[in-house]
Structure formats: structure tokens, C-alpha cells
Ligand binder design. Sequence first.
Ligand code: NAG
Ligand code: NAG
Ligand code: NAG
Ligand code: NAG
Ligand code: NAG
Ligand code: NAG
Length: 595
Amino acid sequence: MRVNSLVTTVGCLASAVAGVAVNPLPAPRSIAWGTSGPISIPQNVAVNLPRNAIVTDAWERAWNSIKQLKWVPQATEAPISSYQPFPTAAPTSSASSVPSSSAAAGLSDLSADLQAEVDESYTLVLNSNSSTLEITANTTWGALHAFTTLQQIIVWNNGLVIEQPVQIEDSPLYPWRGIMIDTGRNFITVPKIKEQIDGMALSKLNILHWHLDDSQSWPVEMSSYPQMIKDAYSPSQTFSHGDLKDVIEYARARGVRVVPEVDMPGHSAAGWQQVDPSIVSCAHSWWSNDNWPYHTAVEPTPGQLDPLNNKTYGVVSKVYNELSGIFTDHFFHVGGDELQTNCYNFSSYVQNYLAADPSRTYNDVTQYWVDHAFPIFKKIANRKLLIWEDLVLNDPHAPNVPTEGLLVQSWNNGLGNINNLTDLGYDVLVSSSDFMYLDCGYGGFVTNDPRYNVQSNPDAATGLANFNYGGNGGSWCAPYKTWQRIYDYDFTTNLTDAQAAHIKGAVAPLWSEQVDDTVVSGKMWPRAAALAELVWSGNKDPKTGKKRTTLMTQRILNFREYLVANGVQAAPLVPKYCLQHPHSCDLYYDQTAVN
Ligand SMILES: *[C@@H]1O[C@H](CO)[C@@H](O)[C@H](O)[C@H]1NC(C)=O
Ligand SMILES: *[C@@H]1O[C@H](CO)[C@@H](O)[C@H](O)[C@H]1NC(C)=O
Ligand SMILES: *[C@@H]1O[C@H](CO)[C@@H](O)[C@H](O)[C@H]1NC(C)=O
Ligand SMILES: *[C@@H]1O[C@H](CO)[C@@H](O)[C@H](O)[C@H]1NC(C)=O
Ligand SMILES: *[C@@H]1O[C@H](CO)[C@@H](O)[C@H](O)[C@H]1NC(C)=O
Ligand SMILES: *[C@@H]1O[C@H](CO)[C@@H](O)[C@H](O)[C@H]1NC(C)=O
């Protein structure tokens, strides 16, 4: 029945797209607008929902938002030639309306847990003749996505309306779609973390990768080692078990998985050193950027767990087990990035291990870590691990990292490392820094930097290609990644089908050296929404195969306004003039310039 009605309306899709002012973000995999005119929606829709607290609460939130916001789209999709500000036409007297008891949500698998690869599909159908709103989904999590779509297409035009009959069949391209927050470099409060989750739910992102700590601070209260919290920035800048559970539950209620990261053995000093200073190497060394052969860290402050001190594993085990009892996701991120070999000059254990057999290298030290730590990590039932790619590809790396039960997060060298990792048979999460690092382009944070002591712009001489790179006003990963750069990233380029099948999705990290509550939302949003559409339905028109970036423009500009209206402090992308005058701010008049 549903399939039949889809076939009959699909023919009017092309013209119908231009006929409505607003489309949801992310664009559904398949959306067909009708042409018979607006359908008014009553203030109170009695819904037939399954007995499931998450679904009923989510419906209530969505419906309250619809009623209270009375959303008038701010950036419409009318083409250049025919732009008229919305609203153009009120529903006519003949406009049909949805009978108040008609919304239905059928769910076939209510028990499906929110874990990797759960079915997130849904359909949403509003017929002109029957005027019933029908939502189907197999799981709770699919139903939640249907609600956030509905939220965006019910708009205010002298009453609540959906602009045309519509048929949506939707499901994500990739099961992993997320953002990363870092509460180790600077603290971020629970309410601000929830604000990020609100933005994620609206854009159908489903992974909050939470980099909990770093060498600089340990903000998590631990029962097994209460002394670790001494390395929080202040007694109030901490997360209790209750805070962690609160975030996990808030996220789950919005279809968002929280994947915790405790970065080990690198990026580790704070907290650990309070338990036993002997398990942390080089914590009090000079990081030595100015004399690179002696550097012990890529950024201050240094510190790495000592893989050859066998006391390390007892502490790691207790910390990991305690956190595994709180975080409910099957995946746990155990770090593994940026091991600095010089740091281990400060470890007699490592030095003795290397001296005992001249054929040993730092790759063996790294492998020693993998061989001793992974069995601890895998003891938890159903446990799967997420690691940074460095453990596999960097110098040093571990020559034997199992592919089984493992997801590898790629952040260096763009397509090159994605190609290598998938070629080696690893499942990959894309976080390429050149495209997806949301913290880049704000200049270096390290102080006493003589490269800034210049009286004319040093970048001017180097030309556009090097603009803002290096220390001359840039950061290591400059320039800033604009929403277009993120959206246009084709991270499966030149992969075989077998390699492409190893890509599980993408996460955009926002490292927090220069981020706390005051700026986190503006740096995250709305750029994270560009990633959200890229991994939900892609950056190309499914019919023509061409990039749809120029069509995405009005969608993301409207979505930014929508985020702000919903309490997410997203940054503006353009002068407001541009969103009110579609395509008047395009660089090229030719609408196919991006393809
Ligand atoms: C409503 O219209 C669709 C497509 O126009 C048609 O397939 C369907 O049978 C109609 N339903 C009713 C109840 O008339
Ligand atoms: C539900 O599951 C079935 C069977 O796997 C699938 O065909 C369908 O597309 C899924 N989604 C919805 C919304 O029904
Ligand atoms: C560590 O030892 C190596 C080899 O002896 C040496 O090249 C390097 O400079 C040392 N680094 C530090 C920080 O002492
Ligand atoms: C830990 O190392 C010490 C010496 O460094 C050794 O005596 C002890 O047996 C080791 N313990 C384990 C459990 O390997
Ligand atoms: C990736 O693979 C290519 C070709 O096999 C190789 O030359 C290159 O060194 C590899 N890069 C890394 C980072 O492993
Ligand atoms: C993809 O492969 C083609 C053909 O070998 C090559 O010309 C192109 O540069 C490659 N693209 C990238 C991004 O590596």
C-alpha cells in the first residue's frame, strides 16, 4: 500500500521540491512533495503511540516545540527567479486538515536497544485525500527521527501547516554520525553538553564521542581512586557518576549514543599521577617544542602511561571497569594517539626492556601495550573498541592490532589513511583533520610564540595556498573548516566497494584547547549539521549524482536559525541578507559551479 502510493507521486518530485519553502535537514533519502496545496494541522493531534516512555516523551517534546515555536522558515528554497519571502499563501478554505486523532506510529521492534547499527529507518506519509499523518518505524530510534523531521516541516502560516502532501522514506547512509567534545583541555558543563545533544537530535547525529580527560585535567569523580579528581581544574569543574548518567540518559532519550574516551597510553598524566606517579612517564618534563629531538609531547603538558611498568595495568583495569559500569554503549574509545618515544627516556622500565634485546624498538613497546591492555578492555561483555589510527599507522605503532571487534578513527592524511586502513581490513570512522576538525583555524594557543612578533602580514608573501598555515597566525591544522569544506568531502574517493564497506561513518572533533562553555556551541554549530547531512543522505543529488551543495545552502541557513530558536547557540554563517535573498551571495552565478 505504501509502496504503491509512493510510485504514484514520485513523478512530481522534481517540480514539487521548488514548490515548498522549506525542506528538512538532513535531506531525507527519499522525499516526494505533492502539489495539491497546504494541509493545516490542528494544535492538538491525538496520536496513537506505543507504550514506550522514550517515544511518548519525544513526541511530547516535538509537539510542544511545534506549538510553541510557530516556526516560520527563515531561509527558503525558492529559486532565484521566483523568490518571494515565506509565507506566500495561507491555506485556502479548501485546504484539507489532519483529523485530530489521525497520527499513527507503528513500531515493530520496540525492544531494539540503542547500539551500533540499530535500525534507524522511518517513513512519514501525509496524504492529501485522507489527510492522515502516518509514521512507521521499526524501532524507537527510527520513530524519534520521524518526529524531528515532522518538527521541521510543520511551519506557521496563519496556523500550523505542512506546505504540501508529502511522502518520506528515510534511513541513514552510515550508522556512525557524530561529534566529539573534549572536557580534558577545558571543562564543559552538563547543560552545555546537553545543548550539543539537542542540536544532534535535530540533525539526526547519533554519536557523542566524549573525550573525557587529557594530560592537563581529569574531571571525572572515581570511586576506585578518589584522589584522581584532585587533577580537575576546580572542585566544581567535575563530573560525578550522577552527571555522567544524566548525560547518557538525556542523550539516549534523543537517540544519541554516548561513546566515552579515556585516551591511553598517551595524553595521560592528570588523574593517573595522583594514583601512582610511577605509572606516568615524563609528566614533569619540558615538552620541548623548541628543541624537537627532545620533545616529549605534541602540546603541553606531557605525560604517558608506562606500558612496561606492570603496576600500570592494575590502575588502568580499575579505572576502565568503573567507567564501563556507567557508560552503556558497547563501544569504548581507548585512545592510542600520538605516542612520543622521547617521553619514555624517563622510564627505566622501558629503557631496560629496550636494552635487554637490541632488536626491540618502540613498535615493540607499543605492541606490548596492545597485548597487555586490550585483554583488560575486552573482558567486558559485548565490548568493542574504538581507537585512534595511530596505533596502526603511526611511528611508533603496534604491528599486530586485531581487526576484530575494533573500529579505527582516522584523523591524518585524509583519503590516504582511509585508503590504507580499509585496505588493511579495518573498520573506519572518518575524522580527517583537514576536513572535519572544528577547532582548526583559530591560531596557535601556545604562548611566548615569537612568530607572532611581526609588523607586516607574513602570510601575504606566501600567497593564498599557504594562507594561515604554520605559526604565522595559524594553527597546525589551519585553515578553519567551513561548512562547505565539510559537506563537499568525498571520503570514499577511489576506494573499492570492499574498502568502502569498511567505512562506518564520521565524527567531527572539536578539541578544546580554546573551547569552553562560552564558545562550544558556536564552533560546533551549524557546521556539525553539514556533516550530519553528509553522513545521513550524502552530498549528492540521488538522481543526477551531482553535488547538491548549492541547494544545501538555504537548508543549512534555515537550520541555523532553527537551532538558535531551539536554544542551540549556533554561529551565523552569512549576513542575514544572504539567507533572505537566496543565492544572492553565491560566489558563482552558475548554480552548477560545485559538482
Ligand atoms: C489517496 O491517494 C493515493 C494517491 O493519490 C491513493 O493511492 C490512495 O488509494 C488514496 N487513499 C484513499 C483512502 O483514498
Ligand atoms: C523495517 O524493517 C524492514 C525489514 O528489514 C525493512 O524492509 C524496512 O525498510 C524497515 N523500515 C521501515 C520504516 O519499515
Ligand atoms: C631520548 O633518547 C634518545 C636516544 O638516546 C635521544 O636521541 C633523545 O634525544 C632523548 N630524548 C630526551 C627527551 O632525552
Ligand atoms: C612486576 O614487575 C616486577 C619487577 O619489575 C616483578 O617482580 C613482578 O613479578 C611483576 N609482576 C607481574 C604481575 O608481572
Ligand atoms: C599507505 O599505503 C601506501 C601504499 O601501500 C604506502 O606507500 C604508504 O606508506 C602507506 N601509508 C601509511 C601511513 O601507512
Ligand atoms: C582517484 O583516482 C584517479 C584515477 O587514478 C586519479 O586521477 C585521482 O587523482 C584520484 N583521486 C584522488 C583524490 O586521489
